[in-house]
Design a protein around this ligand. Structure first.
Ligand SMILES: *Cc1c(COP(=O)(O)O)cnc(C)c1O
Length: 223
């Protein structure tokens, strides 16, 4: 399938989810997750109108950014080891996987500018999923005030891989509730206006629950 055809299909589904939730589709940005696919395929996504690209490893980011340049917005969506921060920090526009203070300290130290970060939250019981315990998020964000290069633009989560809508909804709702709590604190370093949630199999539910950035790999560019 051409990326453009997949994109048209996804846009229809975004529209339907927005209609259902009474939301404006302009509020939702698609991040094309290109971690499984070639540079050529990522280029096809850009030609189809994609602006945001997501990679989860330093190698993939470097390879694609080396060819595609800095015109797309680059999102780092994978687990980030502190020792790798210095290698990616000047190459990404967003980091979606901030989940510990030691990582925040390293980002702050290596960055030459404010870095847009998402705090990754573990909203499901699944052992394998990364991210912070929801109970720790508020105090974690309060502690980020000391790091002047960190801007908390939002929260990110991964729901478990399931078709059980009830389970998905519960995860996404938990993230939305946390967002509202943080926004209520009116922290200038943590406006938290974005919710990065929803992937190929669950983005419609995520949109109904308030997603502003959906991360789509398989359904858009393939596996
Ligand atoms: C791979 C990945 C995605 C995309 O997953 P698909 O199911 O292929 O859409 C989204 N977010 C993260 C964090 C990922 O690692």
């Amino acid at each position: 399938m051409k990326v453009a055809d997949n994109l048209a299909n996804i846009n229809e589904q975004i529209q339907a989810a927005c209609n259902k939730a009474n939301r404006d589709p302009d509020q939702i940005k698609i991040i094309a997750v290109t971690k499984y696919v070639s540079i050529e395929r990522a280029k096809e996504a850009i030609e189809a109108g994609i602006v945001h690209l997501g990679e989860n490893r330093e190698e993939g980011l470097n390879a694609k950014r080396g060819v595609l340049g800095d015109k797309p917005k680059w999102h780092f969506i994978g687990t980030l080891q502190s020792r790798k921060v210095k290698n990616i920090i000047d190459k990404v526009d967003y980091i979606h996987s901030l989940d510990r203070l030691s990582l925040a300290a390293e980002i702050d130290k290596r960055a030459q500018r404010k870095v847009k970060c998402f705090v990754q939250v573990k909203t499901s019981e699944e052992e394998s999923k990364h991210g912070m315990d929801p109970d720790e998020v508020i105090s974690f964000i309060q502690q980020l005030e000391q790091y002047s290069n960190i801007q908390v633009v939002g929260l990110m989560t991964m729901a478990p891989f399931t078709d059980d809508e009830h389970v998905l909804r519960k995860c996404f709702r938990a993230l939305k509730e946390l967002q509202l709590e943080i926004q209520g604190k009116q922290l200038d370093y943590a406006p938290c206006h974005e919710l990065s949630m929803g992937m190929s199999n669950d983005f419609k539910v995520a949109i109904e629950e308030g997603a502003t950035m959906i991360r789509i790999g398989t359904a858009l560019v393939g596996e």
